[in-house]
Design a protein around this ligand. Structure first.
Ligand code: FRU
Length: 533
């Protein structure tokens, strides 16, 4: 009898403990969602995410795949997660598109829409979507071999929902190179061929194909060029008209980890010509590279934009080059203080090539679709700022879902700081330092920072390249990220942060003398990804 009572008591105690445990877990989960789940940057519902993969556009939908480990919140057996959107801002997560198998994990890669059925994968007139990815064979890696990465293809006949792996995989065997990965395919309209760029150690290899199955190695690029502080990864290559002209240049993206301008992972770019077999740097770009104070020229100088590539199959009428990156850094990505999911993507960006003062510059801006979500608006008239001035607080606008556009004239006079803060005293400071001609982000006191010694150990900076005495800037704020587009996107900085409570106030302060804030416009953005899920 006593035993029975005991058992019942212990049983109910355990039950209430589990209930309490569950409640605590639920509460923690909800708090984490509220505090850190971005309002409008893409995050997976649960689990780990890194690089964007296989992005293409078809029949009104932008497809985004991503490196994904659904069963854990750190890197693990890689799948391709999948999400779709009609505007690259509101995303709907779809079932996983590619699963690892006996040949290995599914690493980064790309997809194309094979409009002319050059692959022969079409059935019943359906245009096949052909994906190419790297197989990473863990068994071979553990066995100490060096040829554990190879390239494989898969095709989809159901709008990218599911993929059928090609029976003859791999289509490119490993020639004995340890880091041999991340194939990015592009249609080369000038030489009428499929092209593929692949990262191989600290080089890029160029391949061509007529059917997406057989690939010929054409050449390589990279020896002694650009930054070499780490492994080269996730390349992209495409032709682009220089804005406002008929001149065509080729742009090559190369991600590198570590070795970024402010530590860890980052993406450099090169501008040159491609004759169907070889990529050659433009002489003016070569000069810019040798003058760069950052070892190379980077798509983004902040610490949190990595492995970004462009969307395939954007219709000509639309004509944009659309880009998205992983908004984290291998220096600390697996330790940041979110547990249910880890990492977000950058806002989708449109990139253009401009010729500015005899230099080719890749400029980026958030896609224009973002402005469809603008709601409450505040505008300040031109004012001279002599001392610290409050711009706005969270009673007026939600500072974790905001677009801010500003113009400051005669920048030579003084630098400035913008400062976001909350009631706990966490701060995020960013702005322009006129003594050194640098843009910067300082997240050293931005809240939770102690999970990694690499997260808040320095102020990130980017040399200003524009000679314009006036500065135009755009600031995109979400709960845990800032994206800065200076000089119409000529210099970009993206960083993440984890304040203990939402930032509730924004101030501006001149560094030395007064600054003229010519224009300041704040828009609240009403997007909530969690509601879409
Ligand atoms: C870049 C990267 C790629 C690789 C993938 C693995 O972040 O290292 O080179 O394919 O992540 O998840």
């Amino acid at each position: 009898m006593i035993n029975k009572i005991n058992i019942i008591l212990i049983g109910s105690l355990m039950f209430s403990l589990t209930v309490k445990g569950q409640q605590l877990f639920d509460k923690k989960n909800t708090m984490e969602e509220e505090l850190y789940r971005p309002n409008f940057h893409f995050t997976p519902k649960k689990g780990w995410m890194n690089d964007p993969n296989g992005m293409f556009f078809k029949d009104g939908y932008y497809h985004l795949y991503f490196q994904h480990y659904p069963d854990g919140n750190t890197w693990g057996p890689m799948h391709w997660g999948h999400a779709i959107s009609t505007d690259m801002i509101s995303w709907k997560e779809m079932p996983i598109a590619l699963y690892p198998d006996e040949k290995g994990y599914i690493f980064s890669g790309s997809s194309v829409v094979d409009v002319n059925n050059s692959s022969g994968f079409s059935k019943n007139g359906i245009e096949p979507i052909v994906a190419m990815f790297t197989y990473h064979d863990m068994k071979e890696e553990k066995a100490g071999k060096s040829n554990y990465q190879s390239q494989a293809i898969a095709y989809s006949l159901d709008e990218g929902k599911t993929f059928i792996k090609y029976s003859e995989n791999p289509v490119i065997k490993n020639p004995g190179i340890k880091d041999f990965r991340d194939p990015k395919i592009v249609w080369d309209p000038i030489h009428n061929q499929w092209l593929m760029v692949l990262a191989a150690g600290q080089k890029i290899m160029f391949y061509s194909s007529s059917n997406l199955k057989e690939w010929n190695l054409e050449s390589d690029f990279g020896d002694g060029i650009g930054a070499h502080g780490g492994v080269w990864e996730c390349p992209d290559l495409f032709p682009m008209a220089v804005q406002g002209t008929d001149e065509i240049k080729w742009v090559l993206f190369v991600s590198i980890n570590p070795g970024g301008p402010n530590g860890g992972s980052a993406t450099q770019y090169f501008v040159g010509d491609f004759d169907g077999t070889h990529f050659k740097l433009d002489p003016s770009f070569e000069k810019d590279l040798s003058n760069s104070e950052h070892k190379s020229i980077w798509i983004d100088y902040g610490r949190d934009n990595y492995a970004g590539v462009t969307w395939a199959n954007i219709p000509d009428t639309n004509g944009r080059k659309l880009f998205m990156g992983w908004m984290s850094n291998w220096d600390y990505s697996q330790k940041v203080p979110t547990f249910k999911w880890r990492s977000a993507m950058t806002v989708a960006r449109s990139v253009e090539l401009r010729k500015i003062e005899n230099s080719y510059k890749l400029v980026s801006q958030p896609v224009k679709e973002l402005s469809n979500y603008r709601s409450v608006k505040y505008k300040k008239d031109a004012i001279a700022i002599k001392r610290t001035e409050k711009i706005i607080d969270s009673k007026a606008i939600d500072l974790s879902s905001t677009e801010i556009n500003f113009k400051i004239s005669d920048l030579k006079n003084s630098g400035f700081n913008f400062k976001l803060s909350n009631k706990q005293g966490d701060t995020l400071i960013f702005g322009y330092d006129n003594t050194n001609n640098n843009f910067f982000i300082d997240r050293r006191k931005s809240g939770k920072i102690d999970y990694s010694e690499n997260f808040a150990n320095r102020v990130s900076f980017a040399k200003r390249t524009s000679l314009n005495p006036n500065l135009e800037g755009k600031i995109i704020l979400d709960k845990t990220s800032i994206e800065l587009f200076f000089d119409n996107g000529e210099t970009v900085m993206t960083e993440i942060f984890f304040p203990r409570s939402p930032f509730s106030e924004l101030i501006i302060e001149p560094k030395s003398k007064e600054i003229i804030l010519d224009n300041l416009e704040l828009h609240q953005l009403n997007i909530n990804q969690t509601k879409l899920k």
